[in-house]
Design a protein around this ligand. Structure first.
Ligand code: PLP
Length: 376
């Protein structure tokens, strides 16, 4: 492909020497679990999210599972309580909720933003008194949060958990100026994923939890370490979900580059928005230039297969996030009442274009021109 969808070696090339140094430093240190590298990374992540606490963990799914499990251990959620989850998210958001014995209430996203809206949260919470929490998902790098969501959370006394797997460094520009605007600090707790394809990607699996809640942070940390508060003393039937210090060191290099990464992605998105003029496509909303971090640039077309094969013929790699929504996955057959037409429609029409910082604005312009010559 002349324009690969995502070339991770090219993404990492400008940081390769520092990444290798970081990994070598940990290997030479003899400290392979916990220690100063993970502590330093946690501190930087908490500063980034504007939260008092960050706990490095094994991956994004475990970060979400640990949050919900911690709320149950602390008695603030009970098994069987219902949790609102957007119907068009990646399946991991659903898996974390059901794994903890909580009930998923899928809610259709807003078709314009492709994100959960505060009004939809209000309606779902008002209709179902078992709803005790919301898992808002900042899909594609755009904050899924607004004043109406904050109001609904307050009015119904809900716990607001953020799935920030795709939106590190994003800002909610419409949040109340009195609040923390940064994703990862908008709700009561947030999960991060550092899966290698993310804007901040590890050289393997990694994740984190951020929160301003000291009790929750301590519980997550204990649960991720066999349920142990003090060595050889277990207060929970815990797990082993710790962050690998080699990954923490690698992620420190990535955080050094976060501003460059985000700036490049925003510039690429702006070129697409200014250059694509093909009426057969729906472009993503582009109303938060200093907020979105453009993990994906997602267009919509009813001729997805034709469009993707046209682009492939012209050397443009694409992907689909996601072709089958969680409520249609075989593992959730028969699990939910109701229909989710927006999520179904998105699953049938979305196409992700190259957007990473390894693609230059000039290449993005060339891709946009190829797109402008496409007719079904
Ligand atoms: C929205 C969302 N939630 C959760 C996850 C799970 O993260 P991980 O792959 O690190 O387990 C991902 C990424 O894979 C994701 O995109």
């Amino acid at each position: 492909m002349k324009y690969p969808f995502l070339d991770l070696a090219a993404v990492n090339a400008p940081m390769l020497a520092q990444i290798q140094d970081a990994a070598a430093r940990v290997i030479a240190s003899g400290r392979y679990i916990g220690g100063p590298e993970t502590e330093a990374f946690e501190q930087r992540l908490a500063e980034l999210a504007g939260t008092a606490f960050a706990v490095g963990v094994s991956n994004g799914l475990d970060a979400l599972r640990l949050i919900f499990r911690a709320y149950i251990e602390l008695g603030r959620l009970r098994p069987g309580d219902a949790v609102i989850v957007p119907a068009n998210t990646y399946v991991a958001s659903f898996l974390a909720v059901s794994d903890c014995g909580l009930r998923i209430v899928p809610v259709d996203p807003d078709s314009r933003s492709m994100n959960l809206s505060g009004d939809a949260v209000e309606a779902a919470a008002a209709a179902n008194s078992s709803v005790k929490a919301v898992l808002t998902v900042h899909l594609y790098g755009r904050a899924a949060y607004d004043v109406a969501m904050a109001d609904a959370v307050r009015r119904h006394g809900l716990i607001l958990v953020e799935d920030n797997a795709q939106a590190i460094g994003a800002v909610c520009e419409t949040a109340s100026p009195a609040d923390n605007h940064r994703t990862g600090g908008l709700g009561h707790a947030a999960a991060f994923s550092f899966y290698p394809t993310k804007n901040v990607g590890a050289a393997g699996d990694a994740g984190a939890v951020t929160t301003g809640d000291a009790e929750l942070a301590a519980c997550v940390r204990a649960l991720a370490n066999y349920g142990s508060d003090v060595r050889y003393h277990n207060i929970y039937r815990g797990l082993n979900c710790r962050l690998d210090p080699i990954q923490a060191a690698v992620l420190g290099v990535k955080l050094d580059n976060l501003e460059r990464i985000t700036t490049a992605r925003r510039a690429n998105a702006a070129v697409y928005a200014a250059t694509i003029s093909n009426a057969e496509l729906t472009l993503p909303v582009h109303d938060s230039p200093d907020g979105d971090v453009w993990h994906q640039y997602v267009v919509r077309t009813s001729d997805r297969d034709g469009f993707r094969s046209y682009l492939a013929t012209h050397g443009v790699g694409t992907d689909v996030h996601y072709p089958l929504p969680p409520h249609r996955q075989p593992c959730y057959a028969g699990a939910f009442e109701g229909t989710f037409p927006v999520a179904d429609s998105l699953a049938a029409t979305v196409v992700s274009l190259p957007i990473s910082e390894a693609t230059t604005p000039e290449q993005i312009r060339e891709i946009a021109e190829i797109i402008n010559s496409y007719h079904r």
